[in-house]
Design a binder for this molecule. Structure first.
Ligand code: ITT
Length: 202
């Protein structure tokens, strides 16, 4: 079976593919760049669920195939939950990971470590051609460090300290991140709904 993975973020693609392989889920994931889709997707919802649906729905309508999307972000308590759904665009129109991390550090410069609590959130939406949609959510709790640690992965990972492992997400290797991360937790929830991928089932 094949499904579109409605993302342009190749780090997400790697994490999904690793999870599916480790969990023995034999669905071939086709990222947007291999799907032929060249349109623009406007993520203008104000919830993770809303934006995950927009991405999955766009690729499902384009391809006629089951499409899966992840919308995710970092919610920092001392910033009232920001950057949240705006995580990828936090530093503006020309945002990238380095600028986003620099802005986050600047916003938190006067906040002591114990108040730098944060959580990563991932919402995965699976959209079927028959119109049905499934949502799962995963979270991971941690602290925002005062300087980056680790080189792996992407986004805010080098600043996100995960106390149970005494490491940032960027210091984790192989499948370690999926074992504890927001996306890994959402994927574990998704694995409980394998029957949803069988479009014959109501
Ligand atoms: P797609 O929309 O194409 O999937 P994207 O990266 O723009 O790619 P989102 O709109 O869901 O995806 O934004 C997620 C942002 O949240 C991402 O760019 C990072 O800044 C941050 N983020 C989400 N998950 C993360 C993770 O596992 N590690 C580090 N940062 C993460």
């Amino acid at each position: 079976m094949k499904a579109i993975l409605a993302t342009n973020n190749m780090h997400k693609v790697d994490e999904f593919k690793r999870f599916f392989a480790d969990a023995g889920i034999s669905i071939e994931l086709i990222p947007i760049k291999e799907s032929g889709f060249t349109g623009e997707i406007i993520e203008n919802a104000d919830t993770f669920e809303g934006n995950a649906f927009i991405k999955a729905d766009a690729l499902c309508r384009y391809s006629g195939m089951i499409s899966i999307a992840d919308d995710s972000g970092l919610c920092v308590d001392a910033l009232g939950g920001a950057p949240g759904v705006y995580s990828s665009r936090y530093s503006g129109a020309f945002a990238n990971d380095a600028k986003n991390n620099a802005k986050l550090l600047s916003e938190l410069k006067d906040v002591p470590f114990e108040k730098r609590t944060a959580r990563f959130v991932s919402v995965i939406c699976v959209r079927r051609p028959d119109g049905k949609a499934l949502y799962v959510r995963g979270e991971a709790e941690g602290f925002i460090l005062e300087s980056p640690r680790g080189k792996g992965t992407f986004g805010y990972d080098p600043l996100f300290y995960y106390p149970p492992l005494k490491k940032t997400f960027a210091e984790l290797e192989g499948g370690e991140k999926n074992a504890v991360s927001h996306r890994g937790n959402a994927l574990k929830a998704l694995a409980e709904h394998k029957e949803f991928f069988d479009t014959r089932c109501e």
